[in-house]
Design a protein around this ligand. Structure first.
Ligand code: BG6
Length: 497
């Protein structure tokens, strides 16, 4: 079995793939916030994608739950319309029908106990009629202030139940979207509530970056190859850059974003995840507990930002025109850009700076990690000028778009003189792997139905992330310790821009 650029060993050919996935289990899925942006833009397209690939469980029913009053018919019509618009020519009516016949809508309050009792009756009836086996998946896709109420009501209405001894069917699981809290204290409270009514194995805290192929590939590159890990330390690496630039502004999300800002929206979660994968030690295994244990250890080694020299290590910015966006305060100090320098206090990374940057309203959408190796110790090839042209090697992992990896290195330029130039080796996912890519939300949905929480966040890890960014958040009066500077829309931050 050979794809362009990929060779499988005979053992792998025999096994088909290295780690075989299991089929998702039958269940009823309830989406809270089913009429919101997240459900429309991410969850229903992911469910459609899984339906198209026949990856949904055989016995599977979906209840859209929200406080808006509407009928199942109008709910289904609205989802159909938004999917058809998003997918254009590739929208397939037969696939849609497979999904649509599993859908229904229930209107209810997120805080109203009677509405949950009603929901419980509806679920029981579906379970009897459709033989889904009693397993339930509750997806909290609402704004985060509703999470606590929903959890309490799920518990008090008996909709969730304890894990059974063998952790198999029937199960009840809760998926909680980001942002998980608004600061360390609120994240702790939410964790406390969730873990008082559910076992950790029933809680699935979403960070969709973990489900991106290229983010997971950071681990594969490091731990499935023998040549990188020996260099992956302070002896060979000068510094590391992690950048997540977006060209778009905040669009229609002003009300959410103005209260959230870039630090909570992408630094606390997505970039902290990437940082952990780049810098953590090898887990004992890739079983969920071992992986999260190692990640948790990493956050304990991350040097806390010192309030005394915060301004030397952190920059905050806001793109020009942000304050004129819809639902944004006219004097808003909410940052849309953050850059920071961090250090990791352990043997591997002592003294190696990690530069992390993220922002909206920048030149292009580009997320990448670049590992900058140390310069050569002595130059043999010419005078100062020639030697200055020999740049240190850079290994770049392009998370998105144009997913791939490049390695830059010095090379003799053909000719009669010994001239040194720089070239790159370039691996492209699109060229190497043909076929449809699984989206992050498809993978997340599959995993929670399979009960695999490897790619989801664990309580202590999430608290480690909040704890680290706490000094950059605003105080009780809404002020940050760092001034928020203006930058022009379309500014460049990444190497490629
Ligand atoms: C979301 C943030 O979690 O991630 C958005 O709320 C951001 O503000 C988005 O735009 C970026 O995700 P992706 O997958 O498009 O890089």
């Amino acid at each position: 079995m050979t794809e362009p650029g990929i060779t499988f060993t005979s053992q792998q050919q025999k096994e088909g793939i290295l780690m075989r996935d299991t089929a998702p289990a039958s269940c009823v899925m309830v989406i809270f916030g089913a009429t919101g942006d997240l459900a429309r833009n991410k969850l229903f397209p992911a469910l459609y994608g899984l339906a198209a690939e026949k990856k949904l469980p055989d016995q599977f029913e979906i209840i859209g739950y929200s406080h808006t009053d509407r009928t199942t018919e109008s709910f289904i019509a609205q989802i159909r319309q938004s999917l058809a618009k998003k997918m254009g020519q590739s929208f397939s009516p037969p696939v849609w029908e497979m999904l649509a016949r599993r859908l229904r809508y229930v209107a209810g309050d997120f805080g109203g106990k009677e509405d949950y009792d009603n929901l419980a009756k509806i679920i029981k009836k579906i379970e009897e009629e459709q033989k889904t086996g009693g397993s339930r998946l509750f997806y909290l896709a609402t704004a985060s202030p509703f999470f606590a109420d929903i959890l309490r009501n799920l518990h008090s209405s008996g909709l969730i139940y304890p894990v059974n001894a063998d952790r198999q069917h029937p199960w009840s699981r809760v998926v909680i979207e980001k942002p998980f809290g608004t600061d360390l204290e609120s994240a702790r409270q939410l964790n406390h509530l969730a873990t008082s009514i559910l076992d950790e194995s029933q809680i699935f805290r979403v960070d969709h970056y973990m489900a991106k192929e290229t983010v997971q590939n950071i681990l594969v590159l490091r731990f499935a190859n023998a040549i990188f890990e020996p260099l992956w330390n302070r002896s060979h690496i000068d510094h590391v850059q992690i950048s997540a630039a977006e060209d778009m502004g905040i669009g229609t999300r002003g009300a959410f974003y103005d209260k959230t800002g870039v630090v909570r929206d992408v630094l606390q979660n997505h970039l902290m995840q990437i940082l952990a994968l780049v810098a953590m030690e090898s887990p004992v295994s890739f079983k969920s507990r071992d992986f999260h244990d190692e990640k948790s250890k990493f956050f304990r080694a991350l040097r806390a930002l010192d309030a005394g020299d915060l301004a030397d290590n952190v920059v905050l910015g806001q793109y020009s025109g942000y304050r004129a966006e819809k639902n944004v305060e006219s004097d808003s100090e909410t940052p849309t850009f953050v850059a920071l320098k961090v250090f990791i206090d352990n043997w591997r990374w002592q003294g190696v700076p990690f530069y992390i940057r993220a922002g909206k309203g920048l030149a292009a959408k580009l997320t990448e990690v670049s590992i900058h190796f140390r310069p050569i110790p002595i130059c043999l090839f010419g005078g100062v000028d020639a030697c200055q042209r020999i740049h240190p090697n850079v290994l770049t992992m392009r998370i998105q778009p144009d997913e791939g990896i490049t390695l830059s290195f010095a090379c003799k330029v053909p000719g009669d003189h010994l001239e040194v130039g720089e070239v790159t080796m370039d691996f492209s996912y699109a060229r190497a792997f043909a076929g449809k890519k699984r989206t992050a939300y498809e993978r997340l949905l599959l995993d929670c139905m399979r009960g695999d929480n490897l790619l989801y966040g664990r309580a202590d890890v999430i608290e480690g992330q909040w704890s680290f960014i706490a000094p950059i958040l605003e105080d009780k009066d809404g002020k940050t310790a760092i001034p928020v500077r203006q930058y022009a829309r379309g500014s460049a931050i990444c190497q490629g821009q």
